[in-house]
Design a protein around this ligand. Structure first.
Ligand SMILES: [Zn+2]
Length: 109
């Protein structure tokens, strides 16, 4: 439970929403609802959230390594040559042939 609270506190808050109940998923910029903790699909079409280990190492419980994200967004996290990309597997397959120049322009956005 403590890890969930740390992950929640590390997530971005909105200026105009109650930060105890709402945060931002840093992967998709959409809203996380505190009540949908530890779920994947609280209701059809809705997204629950879980802990994301930022560096990809699930054994690194350093508080700066934990952040709340949508479970579904987290599943789409992909490591390419040391870069974490937050794209769907389909996109990953389309973009696996990117050279470093294309990759750099992607991150510059
Ligand atoms: Zn998300």
């Amino acid at each position: 439970m403590e890890k969930f609270n740390i992950a929640w506190e590390n997530a971005i808050s909105f200026n105009n929403l109650d930060k105890e109940k709402n945060r931002m998923c840093y992967i998709c910029d959409d809203i996380l609802k505190f009540k949908d903790m530890n779920t994947k699909e609280p209701e059809p079409g809705m997204k629950g959230w879980n802990i994301d280990w930022v560096d990809g190492n699930v054994n690194n419980h350093n508080s700066s390594n934990l952040v709340a994200t949508h479970s579904i967004c987290n599943e789409n996290k992909t490591n390419i040559n040391g870069f974490w990309l937050y794209i769907s597997k389909k996109n990953y397959e389309d973009k696996i042939s990117w050279n470093s120049e294309i990759k750099a322009s992607f991150f510059a956005k």
